[in-house]
Design a protein around this ligand. Structure first.
Ligand SMILES: [Zn+2]
Length: 211
């Protein structure tokens, strides 16, 4: 699948899963110095490959008639300082609830480790600005995900599929936490408990074959 085709596929899935309403999110995927990104102001479930602009890592438009997403500077800033090959940004409901009320998402489930543990909320700045890009970059340091204050979430991955799955996981973790708050006080996993999970995953039990 070409980079642009991938954007169409995951744009459609993002809308289908309710992670994105209409135009309220953007995706990009990188190959070498080129980045295919969703266009500004287009519904993510109605994209065609030709609609998706290609920019270079310096932010110059290389291909496409439509303007790249207004959040492209943030995507490029993330590529500049991480090994990411794909970036997914949405205004998903539970992610935005946490981003609007908290300064970080505490690890209430061990799957948070897949995103780097605690998910930080990047300080608020106007969408599309270099300030927001810098804040997101700082919050993403050593992580696969960050939240953006009063805005939404952003995840990265080695492929668009990985970045997309990270967005689904981030939304799930935020939903568990928010729903947990409605029931009682969610217990936060300790450093020790999280370290034990890492240890366990590095040394999985081997089941001996019955002779
Ligand atoms: Zn946004």
């Amino acid at each position: 699948m070409s980079l642009r085709e991938q954007l169409c596929e995951y744009g459609r899935r993002a809308v289908e899963l309710g992670l994105v309403i209409g135009t309220s999110g953007n995706l990009s995927v990188r190959q070498g110095d080129l980045v295919a990104v969703t266009p500004s102001g287009a519904a993510l479930d109605k994209l065609t490959p030709e609609m998706c602009p290609i920019v270079d890592v310096d932010g110059y438009l290389v291909e496409g008639e439509l303007q790249p997403s207004s959040e492209t500077p943030m995507h490029l800033a993330v590529y500049e300082t991480t090994g990411a090959q794909a970036v997914v940004h949405t205004h998903s409901v539970f992610g935005t609830v946490v981003a609007t009320t908290m300064t970080e998402l505490p690890p209430v489930h061990y799957n948070a480790l897949l995103l780097g543990g605690v998910v930080k909320v990047a300080e608020y700045a106007t969408y599309g600005t270099p300030e927001l890009a810098a804040n997101v970059r700082a919050a993403l340091e050593g992580k696969q995900a960050a939240l953006m204050a009063n805005h939404g979430g952003v995840t990265i991955g080695a492929t668009l599929e990985q970045a997309f799955e990270a967005t689904r996981l981030l939304e799930w973790l935020c939903e568990v936490y928010v729903r947990g708050l409605g029931v009682g006080k969610p217990a936060i996993l300790t450093e020790e408990q999280l370290a034990a999970v890492v240890e366990r995953s590095l040394n999985p039990p081997r089941f001996p074959r019955r002779p």
